[in-house]
Design a protein around this ligand. Sequence first.
Ligand code: ADP
Length: 207
Amino acid sequence: MIYILTGGPATGKGTRSDILANALEIPHISTGDMLRNVAKKNLEIREKLSNGELISDEIITDLLEQRILEDDCKEGFVLDGYPRTLKQAELLDVLLAKYGRAVTKVMELTIPDELAFKRILGRSKCTHCGASYGIDFPPKRKGRCDICGGHLAVRTDDTAETLSKRIETYRENSKPILDYYRDKGILMTVDASAHPERVVEEAQMEI
Ligand code: ADP
């Protein structure tokens, strides 16, 4: 059971990946989280991340290989944040084939652009304890954290302008990757506007 969840900004990849991974009792591997962890000990990766650069296809695939060889990945895993390039999709297939494994299904999460705007522009985070809020879980008092009473701040890149650009970039970059999986017959497109728990049924549906 190897699932890949992919989708543009604010499609809720993280939430759906967590739900699916918990239901199937397999790990959720987020390459972003994995890299932030490695960055604590590795200066080169730390610098790349803070400059907003992508990590090279070879390095990220090597790190992924080490991760999926760990014991908890024996029954499978849910991948989120990888592949980000066509090269990574190809490298992943080579890597999995080496261990007699293959991707089970790729789930592309889609939402209307208006909803992406609503979700992202309604997102805030506590500057004190880091708790997150959004349109589906607003704070009880405007601008204040429910947990610690701290000030809520909006991410500086969460503006309408950068969001349009991020959506456009996602569409351009993801097209060849989605075509690659569509040709293999393992791509499923999912409406991610609501009901994140449906990911468990969707994962088991025929394409
Ligand atoms: P975001 O959703 O904000 O793009 P992620 O947590 O998925 O953030 O990733 C954070 C950073 O980690 C990315 O900006 C990129 O530098 C790096 N990264 C994550 N996944 C990959 C990947 N598959 N290939 C290359 N770089 C990656």
